[in-house]
Design a protein around this ligand. Structure first.
Ligand code: AGP
Length: 611
């Protein structure tokens, strides 16, 4: 996906554009550019590479003009080239545009335009929009009218920032599916793909809804609905502070966010706990009566959020005694999976903007199913689709590899389960008290694991020259094996797979040799510990290198494994909150040792707003 920002002010905007696009860079860093309007002329500065690289060549802050737009790109249509970098211009050079999203009918539109003599400078879908806006301007009306009419021809997702040389000082914005926020600054207005880009200039925002059009100047903000009628929208106060969106002295955002987990877990858990019960009816609208009526849960998610959903499946079955299943959102949306009455569809997302998850959620809503979002970004698209939202209080997660969002998602699901178990009366008060106690202890236990950072960094050295790795876990720790493998592969580029430990004998064991590190999650639990010990012995018998995640005090495993990382003893169902922490640190240090770009890994972006 991409990041867009725009500013119209009473003072030069280029420094704000450069700063904003730097804060959006985790959304895409193939190329970057800005356009500013100085009197009646549009100036463009853009290039291939990350913001710092291109800025060093082109000096973004020197661009003149009090109105401007900027963009950082994760390429979807067309290669990573100068011509494909945004902003794009219309044929007469009088309209400039930046775009986040995918226009699915761009080829047909482009062919029509080419048949009418239009020549294109790029391979992108975005440039087609610039041509359409110019054509609409020729039909009369303002830039706002032209943008509105042009957007009616588009099929797909878009968040647009548009300038016209004929309307100095005016910035027009509109969206469909891709996120867009409007900021109210001091004698200036801003637009951005997310709040982090503009938080230093304002804490007052409005979230644009699909097909709405905003017309901004330094002194005015007018918003129109799809029918072209002026509307008023609720302004929201953002309670993040900029320090929360900075590295706070850590080398990388990812490391900072790993270490933030004790505090963010406490922020997510504590406000919802009262002595002997969970309380979040007031904030979510999820009443005990609603919970009693839930016979089944279907999870929808992608990536790390899908792994959190896998833990949630276990929690609903084990704690709330309620059947649950996990669907890849990208698959569910194209299937006609039956959704029986009494089903709660739970969508999991850090960003709340993942296109596949939102589309699948919309399908569930369309079919009349009750829906709940577990999400980290207040006011994001997902939270406005779902009937209910349980927010994780992880704060802005900048690192592309999700960490604190994952553990706070699990904590949120744990709270929902306690509430459901209470409502259904399926657990007695002693059991509920025990779970609440377990949740309360989790942040401190995570802190204890983080103290092993140096030990884990030493173990990471054994991975740096490896090409493959296997992660094994059983029961509630199988999703953690999947998550540990994803963390390693997405930031260190080592191929890693997660398996149920028992599955190893059904094929993967053929991969085991002295070049294959095998991470085994083996906390002492009554059901599967002995079996997992057997798996470790099978790996060792084939010269595999075993890194074990074990319960404090377990000397048995320490005799078997090549390396052991200990986690505190806990309730089995609390275990995932703890066993994932060493795997997050391990992947971070491996990637760091391999010289990878930990916060902005190749080919990835933080938010996948395309399908
Ligand atoms: C996780 O480390 C990845 N960055 C990715 O799998 C991510 O979890 C996925 O894209 C879903 O994002 P979401 O939680 O914002 O929906």
């Amino acid at each position: 996906m991409c990041g867009i920002i725009g500013v119209t002010s009473t003072e030069p905007v280029a420094p704000k554009l450069a700063d904003g696009v730097r804060r959006l860079e985790y959304r895409g860093y193939d190329s970057v550019g800005l356009a500013t309007l100085d009197g009646g002329a549009i100036g463009i500065r853009k290039g291939v590479g990350k913001v710092d690289e291109v800025d060093a060549q082109l000096d973004f802050a020197a661009a003149a003009g009090n109105t401007g737009i900027a963009h950082c790109r994760w390429g979807t249509h067309g290669g990573i080239t100068h011509n494909n970098a945004h902003p794009h211009l219309s044929p007469n050079g009088k309209v400039a545009i930046v775009h986040n999203g995918i226009i699915e009918n761009y080829l047909a539109l482009k062919q029509d335009l080419q048949a009418n003599g239009h020549a294109f400078a790029s391979e992108t879908d975005t440039e087609v929009i610039a041509h359409l806006i110019e054509l609409e301007l020729e039909h009369g009306g303002t830039l706002k009218d032209a943008v509105h009419r042009a957007s009616k021809q588009l099929v797909g997702s878009y968040a647009l920032g548009v300038l016209s040389a004929d309307e100095p000082g005016t910035l027009v914005a509109t969206r469909n599916e891709s996120p867009l926020v409007i900021g109210f600054g001091d004698r200036e207005h801003l637009i951005a793909s997310d709040v982090a880009a503009i938080l230093t200039h304002t804490d007052t925002v409005v979230y644009l809804d699909n097909h709405e059009v905003a017309v901004l100047t330094a002194e005015s903000c007018a918003i129109y609905d799809d029918g072209g009628f002026a509307i008023d929208k609720q302004r929201e106060k953002i309670d993040w502070d900029m320090e929360a969106a900075e590295k706070g002295g850590f080398e990388h955002f990812m490391l900072k966010e790993i270490h933030e987990q004790p505090g963010k877990l406490a922020d997510t858990i504590s406000p919802r706990l009262r002595d002997h019960e969970v309380v979040f009816e007031a904030e979510t609208g999820v009443t005990a009566e609603v919970l009693r009526g839930i016979d089944r849960v279907i999870f929808l998610a992608c990536g790390t959020s899908w792994h959190a959903a896998m833990v949630g499946e276990f929690l609903f079955e084990e704690l709330a005694k309620t059947p649950a299943e996990v669907e890849y959102a990208s698959e569910f949306r194209y299937r006609n999976a039956p959704i029986p009455p009494g089903t709660l569809v739970v969508a999991m997302s850090q960003s709340g903007e993942t296109a596949d998850t939102n589309a699948a959620l919309e399908e569930a809503v369309r079919r009349g199913t009750r829906t709940l979002a577990v999400c980290n970004v207040r006011g994001s698209t997902m939270t406005r689709i779902a009937h209910h939202t349980v927010y994780t209080h992880a704060g802005p997660e900048i690192g592309v590899a999700s960490t604190k969002a994952f553990t706070t998602q699990i904590a949120a699901l744990y709270l929902l389960n306690i509430a459901m178990a209470q409502a259904k009366g399926v657990l007695n008060q002693q059991q509920i008290d025990s779970m609440i106690q377990g949740l309360r202890q989790a942040p401190l236990q995570v802190e204890q694991i983080l103290d092993q950072n140096d030990t884990i960094q030493k173990i990471a050295k054994h991975f740096t020259s490896r090409s493959n790795a296997i992660y094994l876990g059983r029961g509630v720790h199988f999703p953690i094996a999947l998550e540990g493998a994803l963390k390693l592969k997405e930031i260190s580029y080592i191929h890693a797979e997660g398996y149920p430990a028992a599955e190893m004998k059904h094929g993967p064991i053929a991969l085991i040799d002295k070049q294959m590190p095998v991470v085994v999650i083996a906390p002492t639990d009554k059901l599967t510990y002995q079996k997992t010990l057997g798996n470790i012995e099978e790996v060792k018998a084939r010269d595999g290198v075993v890194i074990a995640i074990a319960t404090e005090g377990d000397q048995t495993i320490a005799q078997l494994a090549d390396h052991t990382i200990y986690i505190p003893e806990s309730l089995y169902s609390i275990g995932p909150l703890l066993s994932v922490i060493p795997l997050q640190l391990l992947s971070y240090h491996v990637a760091e040792l391999r010289g990878c770009d930990v916060d902005k890994p190749r080919n990835l972006s933080k938010v996948v707003t395309v399908e």
